[in-house]
Design a protein around this ligand. Sequence first.
Ligand code: AMZ
Length: 290
Amino acid sequence: MYGKLGVYEPTRLGPTVRVRVTISPCYLTCARQPVPPQREMAHGSFPERSRAMILYPAIDLKDGQVVRLLKGDMEQATVFNNDPAVQAEAFQKAGCAWLHLVDLNGAFAGHPVNGAAVEGILAATDVPVQLGGGIRDIATIEMWLAKGIARVILGTMAVETPDFVRKAAQTFPGRVAVGLDARKGRVATRGWAKETSMMVTDLAKAFEDAGVAAIIYTDIDRDGAMQGPNISATAALAQATDIPVIASGGVSSLADLIALRDTGMVSGTILGRALYDGALDLGDALKVLA
Ligand code: AMZ
């Protein structure tokens, strides 16, 4: 399906439709996402950057529930919904074009933990879904893409094994994003429990031309804090790389969204606690950026 600007827009078919694919197992994707999403894969192209920012409502999963953490601390979790699929349906009904899912237990464990909740969301919605948390090998990527995830997010592996990310991005074009989550510019991994000395910008540059669809940059100290996003750091990152940058952490008002948009460089933003607290209405946010 092609949008207003002639750019491919990913869609998902209904959950009951299946296609038979006879090519490489890499492309054994389920019918919900039969064509790799390329909405953000044309990195380096100005049309992508000048297009409207994509809003990604976040559904963070802990013990099968929808939660928000404060600065990534599992001990400071607020449960917002016991039924992730209901939450996802509500976001879809409000008009979002994508969903952003995090398997929080998975990020700590290093393998998927909230798989049933993710599958429930896939069954209840048909917008493209990106998912991070505990995705650390090709088999897991393949499994999620086959189940209908549009794009996987690799965080820990991007720091610990960048070559793996390059290989994954080549194997699954347009379907691998990198999650760079940082405190004071330095990337943290493994559920943000492990500090590294890697600078976000250096790491982002290491993936230039690797074919990753997007970089999701989270300022950990802003995450769940409702104090506004780190606009200067996000813009500096977007300036330093041709890969589309998605902002995450701290977005709490329409003014924040407008400020991100007005950088002219940010391709999208994750919305979390502000939606759950009611500080921001998803419909209003979508209208402001339309
Ligand atoms: O909040 C946290 N403690 C947290 C979180 N939201 N820890 C990891 N994550 C997210 C990252 C990224 O989307 O923002 O998990 C993903 C990375 O997981 P992994 O397993 O690849 O490092």
